[in-house]
Design a protein around this ligand. Structure first.
Ligand code: OGA
Ligand code: NI
Length: 371
């Protein structure tokens, strides 16, 4: 196994400072190869049609699910809600939930806190500069390959659970109520994640507690990455976040809903997510793909940036306890459907992305059992 990387291979440049400096062209380090650039052009058959895969951007939106339907008096409404979740997990790997029980005011406050954090003077943020050892703190790259092409974003990464990893000294102390709000937000979002895992378990034909238990019961891991995408003078040449699938269990994303940017892969095209107000965007991570023996797919997504508006999003990653081997549920393995993956702990798994940066779905694919 690789060792944990200790330091960045090159000096860190804050994308926000580049953006604020008012440059009219982006440095070469952020220019993606043509096949990875966003296709602002929708017309297939134009010069962009030489791009081999996922070039087109298609209309549509990921399903929006009203979670209050799960508590309806009406059995048909409950069943229909379960069915839409199931279909979304199979067909999209992504859905939005509304009426999910987390207070809209708390969601607004959390986003506002982070907006304020990213607008603090550079030296205040620098106190929390991260290293690739744990990634906790204020960062501007993922992966440690020297000379890598970088994404147009800064971020803040912190551990929320388990308690042994939670270290509020590594959370910002400004704005003043930051730590409190993060704490409260985390508590609410964890509850929602527990509910969602029950729904997913039942939909897979497993016991309601199956996924939660497979994740380690009460000892799950949870961490948060707040993404900051500054305005970009040449958005057509770069990405805010390169195509990747989330390595963990399940992600609950809260983007600010006024600015789009997230794109989800659907067959050969990219669908731009239109966030509903106060919705969470839920997506299946690689660990649920493995546990479900690929009944549910962890789907590639990426972020495009724009020249007019910065964008913030908060990604809450709900993960298995890091040292339990994760493998396909025995109940989902049949003679027709042999186990597709070899067991691996999340600790081992995560080291790939932390070393190489986001690389589509190459990680979960590398886990495939050799048959
Ligand atoms: C992520 C992610 C999407 C976004 O943080 O893993 O996919 O819209 N974020 O910021
Ligand atoms: Ni992601």
């Amino acid at each position: 196994m690789m060792n944990s990387p200790q330091e960045w291979p090159e000096p860190i440049v804050r994308v926000q400072s580049l953006s604020d400096s008012g440059v009219s062209s982006i440095p070469e380090r952020y220019i993606k190869p043509p096949t990875e650039r966003p296709s602002f052009c929708h017309v297939i058959g134009s010069e962009r049609s030489v791009v081999p895969e996922a070039a087109a951007e298609a209309e549509g939106n990921i399903p929006v699910i009203d979670m209050s339907g799960l508590q309806s008096e009406d059995g048909l409404v409950r069943a229909e809600t379960m069915r839409i979740v199931s279909e979304s997990c199979r067909e999209w790997g992504f859905f939005q939930v509304v009426n999910h029980g987390v207070s809209p005011q708390l969601m607004d406050r959390a986003l506002q806190i982070w907006r304020e954090f990213f607008h603090l003077p550079a030296q205040d943020k620098q106190l929390y500069a991260n290293s690739p050892k744990t990634y906790e703190g204020y960062g501007s790259r993922l992966g440690i390959q020297k000379g890598a092409i970088l994404d147009w974003s800064d971020y803040y990464f912190l551990h929320y659970l388990p308690l042994s990893l939670k270290d509020q000294n590594k959370w910002p102390h400004l704005p003043s109520n930051c730590r409190e709000v993060i704490d409260e937000y985390g508590k609410e979002v964890v509850k929602l994640c527990e509910r969602l895992l029950s729904v997913l378990s039942l939909n897979l034909g497993l016991k309601e507690e199956f996924l939660q238990n497979a994740f380690g019961g009460k000892e799950i891991g949870a961490c948060m990455r707040v993404n900051f995408y500054p305005k970009c003078p040449q958005p057509e040449l770069t990405l805010g976040l390169s195509s990747h699938s989330d390595p963990g269990g399940m992600t609950l994303l809260l983007p600010e809903h006024q600015v789009t940017g997230l794109q989800v892969r659907k067959a050969n095209s990219w669908i731009t997510v239109k966030p509903a107000p106060h919705a969470f965007i839920v997506n299946i991570g690689d660990q649920i793909q493995v546990l479900s023996n690929a009944m549910y797919k962890s789907v590639e997504h990426r972020v495009v940036v724009n020249s007019g508006k910065e964008r913030i999003s908060m990604a809450f990653f709900y993960n298995p306890k890091s040292d339990i081997p994760i493998e396909p549920a025995k109940e989902l393995v049949t003679p027709d459907r042999p186990p597709l993956y070899l067991p691996m702990t999340f600790d081992q798994y995560r080291l790939f992305i932390r070393t190489r940066g986001p690389q589509g779905k190459s990680q979960v694919d590398s886990l495939k059992s050799p048959r």
